[in-house]
Design a protein around this ligand. Structure first.
Ligand code: MGP
Length: 310
């Protein structure tokens, strides 16, 4: 899987680049060199011998040997580009249900404890079977994770991956989700077996690259804005796949600005991430349009649900 980034199509490549750009801008890191990497003399960057302004000879060979990316060394890489936010991957399947599995099955990355909020307590039953796989906060860790987990097309029926911002649990009850909703699309399994892994990869890249919500990334320096997107989910069901984008808020009837921001997310999901033309109708047997519903309406199981469709 080491050639993934070079074979990405434009939408995914752009999302991946945006992830990098956002991370670099946020942290003021020069694009080619990680600030924690030594210069080969055992000294940190900037800690050179010689007079100020004097040009130093760089041992490119030695430097190339020191820099390890996830592509050359998937477990011991040392070049990291931080993401706009840290993320947590969660997972459940029939095999995790009712089993008290450890919360860190595949990684040595540090885990933070679950936040002890009223939302977490309220969702305790729902969260019982959902296992936390890993936290990550850099582009390289994302690819390290991606290259080591089972893709959705190979998951058993009734399994879900939940990729959520760190500190937000994948439950309606979480403070960050309780007033929100979700964009989702349901795709018949037979026709989409060969597409689902790519759709899920692009969805994750758009989430971690923050390309769903331009309002967030257009903030002025120093201005803090909350991202509307809290997480993304892929679900396998006996006859279909579903991908969902969860949002922090859901628009009321009068809320035009929020509705526009929410619709931007849905349109980007349909056209930029999944690659459908904007006007294409997608609904059919086992298939839905790209549609938005508030979590409050989802809890009512569709009774009098108000949907937005793009
Ligand atoms: P689902 O898995 O999102 O829907 O929710 P699906 O795929 O249509 O149904 P499935 O039976 O094929 O899995 C299924 C059910 O799980 C819901 O009807 C709720 O009862 C429960 N549930 C889902 N979510 C996302 C939550 C949640 O966030 N909190 C709680 N408490 N229950 C949930």
């Amino acid at each position: 899987m080491t050639s993934v980034s070079s074979s990405l199509p434009p939408a995914a490549l752009q999302a991946s680049k945006s992830a990098l750009a956002a991370a670099l801008a946020d942290n003021n890191i020069p694009e080619t060199v990680d600030s924690s990497v030594t210069n080969g003399n055992g000294k940190e960057h900037g800690e050179e011998d010689g007079e100020p302004g004097e040009i130093q000879e760089v041992d490119m060979q030695q430097q190339a040997e020191t820099l390890r990316t996830v592509f050359s060394d998937p477990t011991n890489f040392n070049v990291k580009h931080p993401l706009f936010s840290p993320w947590t991957l969660w997972f459940d399947s029939p095999a995790t249900k009712g089993r008290n599995l450890p919360q860190t099955p595949i990684s040595a990355f540090p885990q933070t404890p679950l936040p002890q909020t009223p939302g977490v307590a309220a969702a305790a039953g729902w969260m019982e079977d959902i296992k936390r796989v890993i936290n990550f906060d850099s582009v390289e860790e994302f690819w390290g994770l991606y290259n080591n987990i089972v893709p959705p097309s190979k998951l058993p029926q009734k399994a879900n991956y939940y990729l959520f911002k760190e500190g937000i649990i994948p439950a309606w009850e979480d403070e960050a989700n309780k007033n929100g909703g979700k964009w989702s699309i349901q795709l018949p399994k037979e026709k989409n077996r060969n597409n689902i892994d790519q759709y899920w990869l692009y969805t994750m890249l758009a989430a971690i690259g923050e390309t769903f919500d331009p309002f967030l990334t257009s903030a002025e320096p120093g201005e803090s804005r909350d991202s509307l997107v809290t997480g993304v989910i892929v679900s396998t069901r006996p006859q279909f796949y579903r991908i969902s984008i969860w949002t922090r808020q859901a628009p009321g009837a009068e809320d035009d600005t929020l509705r526009e921001r929410i619709e931007t997310i849905g349109k980007h999901f349909k056209t930029g991430v999944l690659g459908y033309p904007e006007n294409q109708k997608l609904g059919g047997p086992l298939a839905t349009e790209v549609e938005f519903m508030s979590h409050k309406d989802s809890e009512k199981k569709g009774k009098a649900a108000k949907k937005i469709i793009v």
